[in-house]
Design a protein. Structure first.
Lengths: 356, 356
């Protein structure tokens, strides 16, 4: 039984409803910038953390307790289901995630499984149940998955890429191979999110982080249809959905047609223009520049005020950053941001922290 | 005396005139993808190449002879005038350019010079005169400079950055320091481009490559005014100017107000929407995805045709890539692209090159 929610601002905003104030959560809100996270992380590897429900639940709870955000997000990684498809996954402190044997050919694609989510990633469902217990209705829990194109970039590039030239080379040389890969990822993601929903998440976000590297015509062919299929398949559960794309200025109208309740945008466009372009009824999430949390508190206050002003009177708005919070962010600045959004510009300002 | 131009398609297109066909040149057209360039490069370091007028002229001529593009662009690097401002500059094969002592404080900014361009970078003027001799009017010669914000990113980050967090941290913590830095760079760039114009270039491009990492409101404050000042200062020379920004979808209308003859855009937006947003009279340059040159020739042909169709009937169009050509590009594909634009879709297709 899911306990009744004490704070449902986030879910109501996702549904496009008017709220007393915008809810706030922060992408990567449980992360390296928090000493308490570093403590948990010392006990195991990054993947070990993702795969140990108790630790993942501990990490998930940190920003609820320390920042007081209006939503929790499952602590995990978008590449977890990709590993379950049969790809060896490595994480290094320095380079981030990598696949030592990236997908290079049709044969590589054919070898990939559509894994049973419980068998291969049941620890995620367990973590969700554990988090739900610990939250006991304080705030909603967001689940998530990478989108097919974004997952494909990692699978084909093998590591974090500057120009996505390998996956786009596949697109420009063997588009049918890429479509088969995307199809297989899509099936995997649908089952993976079904498992999360059945375990108790209250909303889900699809991270199509790197789809903004595509021209609109390629986005329409290699990214959007797969996200749409996921959203359609999960509609029957009736929980809110969010689509995030980094660098989505030219894709916004297309993104809306994916059918999620919320579109989440980065800081490279103004929310005044976003609200003009996104039909009412579709909620908006974003879009503070994460670097603003490394600057002066009085400038952060101005940036926050500007964004709140741009969205004033627009029902269905979730405050967030435009991308993940940076590891060098002072916790006091993240706390200050949450207070600014929840309580207004007169909350006490933290001591100015020296430049990192 | 400048010889009369035999092919002035590029200059006419820059001025917004109707041309028989779009001219084409390629960003980084003299570069690592060409074996002939690698040969020249063997003789010296990258900076040595930039600083040896004869070698810089040789490199500049390669794409004219090998690809037959409609414009030459000075072989140089945007960081040359920055080194002249008093910053030690290093190039490594692996990491690209770096400044071992990046700008970190107001004191660092105060130490920077506005160098006399002839004294410190006279080799660039010499290279331009040498190239002009060798071109003897075959095609126009484009000079260039980095824009103040983009140069500041390198100076503050110290090396190529993923998220520009250092320069933006300065923006969010000490905006006045960044403005003073930008002001000093602007003065340097104006003198540097004046020298290039007086040495004989026929047009110039300002690379504000990384300004697309800014939100519109910060672009309007930390990038645009400085570019506008440069363009205003150089207007009296009457040669065409181009402003390039990578990821400029949300900035396009602002870019136009910088006052260049041409705006140059990347592949992340469709040219159909660009031509709607850019007033007639302002020319457009771009926007093929550089990765399309690594794919199948028949797909490159389709991509090229789509772009030409999108710009059909729009006077003032210069075909180019959306960003620099990639080092792994097969020369045959670059040649094919030039032929497609100059002669149409029926030119012979190169053998399909294996995936790199």
């Amino acid at each position: 039984m899911t306990p009744a929610l004490k704070n449902d601002l986030f879910l109501r905003a996702c549904r496009g409803e008017k709220t007393e104030r915008p809810p706030i959560w922060i992408m990567r809100q449980a992360g390296r910038y928090m000493p308490e996270y570093q403590e948990i992380r010392k006990k195991t590897s990054f993947l070990g953390l993702c795969k140990t429900p108790d630790l993942a639940a501990q990490a998930t709870m940190l920003p609820i307790d320390i920042l007081g955000v209006d939503a929790a997000i499952l602590f995990s990684d978008i590449l977890i289901p990709v590993e379950a498809m049969g790809m060896e996954l490595e994480f290094s402190e320095h380079k981030g995630p990598s696949f030592p044997q990236p997908v290079q050919s049709r044969m590589d694609v054919d070898r990939l499984l559509v894994p049973d989510p419980i068998t291969h990633t049941g620890f995620v469902a367990e973590a969700i149940r554990e988090i739900t217990r610990r939250l006991s209705g304080r705030v909603p829990l967001i689940g998530f998955s990478g989108a097919p194109f974004t997952l494909a970039t990692y699978m084909v590039e093998g590591e974090i890429s500057k120009d996505f030239s390998r996956v786009k080379q596949m697109m420009f040389s063997e588009p049918e191979t890429l479509h088969i890969l995307l199809d297989r990822i899509t099936e995997t993601v649908i089952r993976y999110l079904e498992m999360q929903i059945e375990a108790g998440i209250n909303a889900y976000q699809i991270f199509d982080t790197w789809a903004g590297s595509l021209s609109p015509v390629h986005y329409q062919s290699f990214a959007l249809p797969y996200v749409r299929r996921i959203v359609d398949s999960l509609k029957r559960y009736g929980i809110p959905s969010i689509l995030y794309v980094n660098g989505s200025c030219a894709l916004l109208e297309d993104m809306v047609t994916a059918g999620t309740n919320v579109v989440s945008v980065d800081w490279r466009m103004s929310l005044s223009s976003v609200r003009e372009r996104v039909p009412s009824g579709v909620a908006i999430q974003g879009n503070l520049d994460p670097v603003s949390l490394l600057g002066a508190p009085e400038i952060l206050r101005e940036e926050t005020r500007r964004i709140l002003d741009e969205m004033k009177g627009r029902p269905g708005y979730v405050f967030n950053l435009g991308h993940g919070i940076l590891p060098s962010t002072p916790v006091a600045m993240a706390q200050y941001l949450v207070s600014l959004v929840q309580k207004g510009p007169d909350v006490p300002m933290p001591q100015r922290v020296g430049r990192v």
